[in-house]
Design a protein around this ligand. Structure first.
Ligand SMILES: *[C@@H]1O[C@H](CO)[C@@H](O)[C@H](O)[C@H]1NC(C)=O
Ligand SMILES: *[C@@H]1O[C@H](CO)[C@@H](O)[C@H](O)[C@H]1NC(C)=O
Ligand SMILES: *[C@@H]1O[C@H](CO)[C@@H](O)[C@H](O)[C@H]1NC(C)=O
Ligand SMILES: *[C@@H]1O[C@H](CO)[C@@H](O)[C@H](O)[C@H]1NC(C)=O
Ligand SMILES: *[C@@H]1O[C@H](CO)[C@@H](O)[C@H](O)[C@H]1NC(C)=O
Ligand SMILES: *[C@@H]1O[C@H](CO)[C@@H](O)[C@H](O)[C@H]1NC(C)=O
Ligand SMILES: *[C@@H]1O[C@H](CO)[C@@H](O)[C@H](O)[C@H]1NC(C)=O
Ligand SMILES: *[C@@H]1O[C@H](CO)[C@@H](O)[C@H](O)[C@H]1NC(C)=O
Ligand SMILES: *[C@@H]1O[C@H](CO)[C@@H](O)[C@H](O)[C@H]1NC(C)=O
Ligand SMILES: *[C@@H]1O[C@H](CO)[C@@H](O)[C@H](O)[C@H]1NC(C)=O
Ligand SMILES: *[C@@H]1O[C@H](CO)[C@@H](O)[C@H](O)[C@H]1NC(C)=O
Ligand SMILES: *[C@@H]1O[C@H](CO)[C@@H](O)[C@H](O)[C@H]1NC(C)=O
Length: 586
């Protein structure tokens, strides 16, 4: 073993020596020194920033093949048209991707600094600037070139001078970029001496404290397909109607207060809009006219209603124009009371309405959403759900966590004859009993009864989350409540039945002795409890990894059976406590 380690050490030592030998100086002049390894395509150069000179003669570059295509420049402060002047005659990179990274340094970039690169018209050119300092961009700094990607990260200017960095759009006038990313630049604003036209397919300006995007938007040619202005300080938006090729717009984490008409109108190709984490209070009803949006994210805004009254007292909604296109709607974390406009949506697949102020769900709220599969209504204040609320959908994932429901039963709305149907109840789960597979009531602390008679009818149920529910005597009660239904057999399709999740549940003495019906039901499920469940353990053992390890102790069981044996003789044992008194009595 020792000998083997020793051999490894020697081998490592040799390879380290080799590497330092391989990394040789391949270019040295007044401006920079470059280091290469013969067998890789990476070159790293360090600027000698005491020198004002910017001319680099690349011809003396010492290298086996001149196929290096990835260059990292440290501390190079000034780029002019002389810096790369005969770069392309030295490196034969036609058809290959060319990758230039500038780390630190970069105080200024003069006109046509990358001109030589444009001879590689068949290559994709990527330029990254990491922590450039002053980053003063001259007009036409990027010339009329075509770039695959420009990535500008952490411009230091505003941190050094405590003034907003001014990005000169004229530096890019006439150039073409497939993708441009500008991020983490402290305070920034755009400037341009006269109008600029930048051809861009995708642009992202994020985390730059941008307050006004007008000049940027005006300067971008109309081919733009993706716009991302995440994490800025935008309050309002200019019209984007000219960008008919835009597919997605990301405006999350800004201070936008309102969406008005004439920003997005008739952008027929737009399919994704993300406005999450803004301050939107109002969306004018015609804002999305002519759009075919598939995804709309309004998470964490200040909407109090999805509806607006028109001047002639008609109810309307900004969602109406999207009635046939929208598949994903996120309106979590607002102040909504009502979901009426969703009645008109036909193409919904997923709706997220977590954390609003909904108290009641009426019948058929997703009347036309026949493809609706996933609904998150968690953390509202829902007390009542009509038995027909989810009628017409094919929901397989329903999250009702953190609501105020007290029962899964609903009064049968069709029944008005009290004397006859006194006990006839139904459930909002019945219309989705053949599709629901994941159901959460976790943290529904008012849920005093788990209506097992309803649960056993949910044929495809796979997950039932009852975490943080307060277990009471009623939780383990089996009541056959639907007098019309003779069928009280368990309908679960997939043996071994659903996983019932019971995280954060405290079991009490009530939970030791359960009726035969409940035991029969639980015998067909997998119970999942906290790995470190405090004081109980389950006697039935199934093969799931989440179950606590329980030492099966027949004498403890016998004792509990005695305790559980009620006069009626119908009580069975489910759970065994790991309690001192019982153990000591053995
Ligand atoms: C770049 O300059 C900074 C200070 O200006 C220095 O600390 C750093 O070592 C330099 N980097 C290289 C690779 O020479
Ligand atoms: C590189 O540029 C210098 C100065 O313009 C010139 O002397 C040299 O011949 C050029 N080399 C090549 C390979 O073009
Ligand atoms: C935003 O940019 C600042 C620098 O201006 C940086 O310190 C911060 O980490 C960035 N935030 C994110 C989330 O990237
Ligand atoms: C703006 O551009 C014009 C020519 O287009 C030029 O004469 C003028 O000096 C420029 N102004 C600034 C501040 O660069
Ligand atoms: C944004 O900047 C443009 C000039 O580019 C100006 O006309 C407009 O008033 C500015 N908007 C705001 C809200 O300051
Ligand atoms: C709209 O309704 C309000 C109150 O409900 C009423 O005062 C107003 O006159 C109505 N306006 C029209 C145009 O009907
Ligand atoms: C969607 O809304 C449009 C216009 O409001 C209407 O003409 C169309 O019938 C609606 N589609 C459905 C399926 O309700
Ligand atoms: C359930 O929805 C269907 C259409 O999906 C509708 O025809 C039917 O009337 C609804 N049932 C009730 C009781 O509302
Ligand atoms: C309720 O049902 C009973 C028994 O069928 C019948 O006699 C009574 O008239 C019904 N009441 C109403 C209000 O329909
Ligand atoms: C209704 O339920 C109660 C107990 O919950 C029971 O005593 C009563 O007989 C039931 N009535 C009918 C009509 O089933
Ligand atoms: C349960 O709900 C309470 C109050 O709404 C909340 O503070 C707590 O974090 C929730 N617990 C879980 C596990 O989500
Ligand atoms: C649970 O089910 C298994 C087989 O499905 C059966 O052997 C066992 O007796 C059942 N336990 C109880 C307590 O019903």
């Amino acid at each position: 073993m020792f000998a083997l380690n020793f051999v490894f050490c020697i081998i490592q030592l040799i390879s380290i020596i080799n590497r330092t030998n391989l990394e040789n100086v391949c270019l040295d002049n007044l401006v920079l020194t470059c280091y290469c390894e013969d067998d890789t395509s990476f070159v790293s150069c360090t600027g000698k920033n005491s020198i004002k000179d910017s001319f680099v003669d690349w011809a003396p570059f010492v290298s086996a093949n001149h196929r290096q295509n990835s260059f990292t420049f440290y501390n190079l402060t000034r780029l002019t048209y002389l810096t790369f002047t005969n770069f392309s005659s030295t490196f034969h990179l036609h058809g290959e991707s060319i990758d230039l990274t500038f780390i630190n340094g970069v105080d200024e970039i003069e006109e046509n600094a990358f001109q030589s690169l444009h001879e590689y018209s068949d290559s994709s050119i990527e330029i990254k600037f990491v922590s450039p300092q002053n980053f003063k961009l001259a007009d036409y700094a990027f010339g009329h070139g075509v770039y695959y990607e420009i990535d500008i990260d952490s411009i230091q200017y505003s941190h050094i001078y405590k003034l907003p960095y001014q990005l000169n759009l004229k530096s890019m006038d006439g150039a073409r970029f497939y993708q441009m990313t500008i991020r983490n630049c402290g305070d920034m604003e755009f400037i341009s001496n006269g109008s600029s036209t930048i051809e861009l397919l995708e642009i992202a300006v994020s985390n730059c404290s941008l307050t006004n995007s007008s000049l940027l938007i005006e300067s971008i040619s109309t081919d733009l397909a993706g716009l991302d202005l995440t994490s800025n300080h935008l309050i309002a938006l200019p019209s984007l109607e000219n960008f008919q090729n835009l597919r997605g717009i990301d405006l999350k984490n800004n201070f936008i207060e309102e969406i008005t008409v004439n920003i997005f109108n008739n952008m027929a190709g737009l399919s994704r809009l993300d406005f999450s984490n803004n301050r939107i209070r109002n969306i004018e009803p015609d804002s999305f006219v002519g759009l075919r949006l598939a995804e709309l994210n309004l998470d964490n805004n200040r909407l109090t209603s999805l509806e607006t009254l028109t001047l002639d007292n008609q109810t309307t909604s900004f969602l109406y124009p999207l009635n046939e296109s929208l598949t994903l709607l996120v309106i979590s974390n607002n102040f909504l009371h009502d979901l009426s406009p969703l009645k008109h949506m036909t193409n919904l697949d997923e709706v997220k309405v977590c954390c609003n102020q909904i108290k009641k769900l009426d019948g058929n709220i997703f009347e036309k959403a026949h493809k609706l599969k996933s609904v998150d209504l968690s953390y509202n204040q829902i007390e009542s759900i009509d038995s027909m609320t989810f009628n017409g959908t094919i929901i397989n994932n329903l999250n009702l966590a953190g609501n105020r429901l007290s029962s899964l039963e609903t009064k049968e709305s069709v029944s008005s004859n009290k004397s006859l149907f006194e006990n006839q109840t139904s459930s909002f789960l019945y219309p989705i009993s053949s599709t629901i597979s994941s159901l959460s009531f976790s943290n529904c602390t008012n849920l005093i009864e788990i209506n097992w008679f309803i649960i056993i009818k949910l044929q495809t149920l796979f997950y039932l989350d009852l975490s943080e529910v307060r277990m009471t005597e009623k939780s383990w009660l089996y009541r056959k409540t639907d007098v019309n239904s003779e069928d009280s057999s368990i309908n679960w399709n997939y043996p071994p039945g659903p996983r019932i999740i019971l995280y954060g549940i405290r079991l009490t003495d009530n939970d030791y002795c359960l009726t035969k019906s409940i035991v029969d039901i639980l015998n067909k499920t997998i119970l999942i409890v906290d790995i470190e469940h405090p004081c109980n353990c389950f006697i039935y053992s199934y093969d799931t990894e989440h179950r606590p390890i329980c030492v099966y102790n027949q004498s403890v069981v016998d004792e509990l059976i005695l305790i559980c044996h009620s006069p009626s003789g119908h009580h069975y044992l489910l759970l065994a406590p790991r309690r001192k008194p019982l153990a000591s009595r053995q």
